[in-house]
Design a protein around this ligand. Structure first.
Ligand code: CA
Length: 503
């Protein structure tokens, strides 16, 4: 087992793979000057005041004071560099085409009538126009699961698409397009099989027409609570409509489909300094295999890629894609600046405890999950892709906001990398957990699906864990396996990104 990881020849720091005490000779002739916690950095050479601190071959920051060889480098010891400029970013200068060959090129999915990506699950999704209906709908959903679902064995689940938007909001504000688009596209999610069912209150700002289109606003799709005479009538109306939808959904069957029908989302949360060494590069390898096999993979999280945006631009296949990337980043820079914050607000205390000194270091790890394949399209939050291949969707990095945004984009499942651990999950699509270190897997043996920890210790390669993850993705997409979050029903509330005013 190795004691430290140095990523590129240019790096002047390395990361320890376990807690190492002061005085230990970490490499011949290099005794440590401090106790170094697992995943934290130490200086490989003397770094002068204002000198560059380099990891991933990238300048993470500048030393606030002189740092002696063998010293611990933590978040208090470096100054952030300026973000890369968004003007005239070189594009198409790093187009990799020799991607790893996947072991299989098909999966078992649910083809949809609209020709969009296939479903990985067969779910009755019940949409809501407004939060006011949530209490009634939740009671009805429990009753549907108890009394109706057992009669329709080909349907996996019934999911209430609850959200906090819909009323008390500036519905015509320019930025209202973000939450409205997200909710419209979630209603069309491939796992819902084209069956629309909406529960509306009746007086809300987000009307049924706005949510699903006037052509779908019929009694065959919609229950309006204010039109029901009393509580029992509300529950009965929802039950009756649900049963009709379940009858249709029960006829859906999985079929063998090419990987071009599969859309996979990637995100990370609770990252540590190993995320960029083990879990994210392994996910990147699986992503390369998926893309090589014809699938589409989406990665996101603006504030976590902003400091490495030039590495995304150089993989863009056209000037238009590069321009969309720059404009999405600019929008977010302005969004943050309006509240006098910047991307340095991103890292959480847990990230720092996990050895991530700043957002530059976090970004380099975060981008690793996208592998090496060309970027064929850039999307605004919650837009649906129109291309196949690696796609960047410019969502917030918050796990609870990125998840619903990618759901709206139509992901069949999400792969979620973590260093510190989170039980986050989505009701409408399976979430696979990949952890960056063995201790995390030991702590949450029955929550984490795949550990990339053996990459840190040098016992497995990125290719081995990446292939293991690829195979698990195909098994989950095909319904042969369920990740732990799905087995337990761990489902987070859908925080829909809303940059528009609340009234
Ligand atoms: Ca995240």
């Amino acid at each position: 087992m190795r004691d430290y990881v140095k990523l590129t020849d240019r790096d002047n720091v390395a990361v320890v793979t376990h807690d190492v005490a002061k005085g230990v000779e970490i490499m011949p002739g290099l005794p440590l000057r401090d106790d170094i916690p697992q995943a934290h950095k130490f200086a490989l050479v003397d770094i002068p005041k204002d000198g560059e601190i380099i990891r991933y071959g990238v300048v993470l920051g500048y030393a606030l004071d002189e740092i002696k060889q063998g010293s611990w480098i933590n978040e208090h010891m470096l100054r952030l560099p300026v973000s890369p400029s968004l003007d005239n970013m070189p594009w198409g200068t790093n187009i990799v085409t020799n991607l790893p060959e996947p072991p299989v090129k098909t999966f078992m999915g649910y083809k949809n009538p609209d020709g969009f990506y296939a479903g990985t699950r067969n779910i009755l999704g019940i949409q809501t126009t407004v939060q006011c209906v949530q209490g009634v709908l939740n009671v009805a959903v429990e009753k549907i699961k108890r009394e109706l679902l057992p009669k329709y064995p080909n349907v996996d689940d019934v999911v209430a698409v609850n959200h906090a938007y819909g009323c008390g909001v500036a519905i015509n504000a320019p930025n209202a397009k973000f939450p409205i688009r997200a909710l419209r596209n979630i209603a069309r999610h491939p796992n819902f099989g084209g069956q629309l069912m909406v529960v509306s209150l009746g007086c809300e700002k987000l009307t049924v027409d706005m949510l699903v289109g006037a052509e779908n606003n019929t009694p065959d799709n919609v229950v309006v609570l204010q039109e029901c005479k009393g509580y029992d009538a509300m529950i009965n109306a929802i039950m009756n409509l649900a049963e009709k939808k379940l009858q249709v959904l029960d006829k859906r069957r999985r079929e063998e489909l090419p990987l071009s029908d599969l859309l996979v989302g990637m995100q990370c949360g609770g990252s540590d300094a190993f995320s960029g060494v083990s879990a994210n590069p392994s996910a990147g390898y699986a992503a390369d295999m998926l893309v090589k096999g014809g699938a589409t993979v989406m990665f996101s999280e603006v504030t976590e890629v902003r400091d490495g945006v030039n590495f995304i631009a150089e993989r863009c296949v056209s000037e238009q894609v590069r321009d969309k990337l720059a404009s999405e980043m600019r929008w977010y820079d302005n969004y943050l600046a309006a509240e006098q914050v910047d991307r340095s607000a991103n890292p959480a205390p847990g990230n720092k405890k996990g050895g991530l000194s700043n957002i530059v270091e976090k970004a380099m790890g975060s981008i690793a999950k996208s592998g090496t394949s060309p970027i064929v399209e850039v999307l605004s939050p919650a837009e649906r892709p129109t291309k196949h291949g690696m796609i960047y969707a410019a969502t917030p990095a918050s796990d609870m906001v990125c998840g619903p945004s990618q759901l709206a984009s139509g992901i069949g499942l999400q792969v979620f990398m973590t260093g510190r651990g989170t039980p986050y999950g989505l009701a409408a699509a399976p979430v696979i957990k990949v952890c960056s270190r063995n201790e995390m897997k030991a702590q949450w043996e029955d929550v984490i699906d795949i550990s990339a920890g053996a990459v840190v210790t040098g016992e497995k390669t990125i290719q081995e864990v990446g292939t293991e993850l690829f195979n698990f993705i195909i098994d989950v997409a095909s319904g042969r396996k369920k990740p732990y979050t799905e087995q337990y029903g761990l489902h987070n509330f859908l925080c829909i990104f809303n940059p528009a005013p609340i009234t």
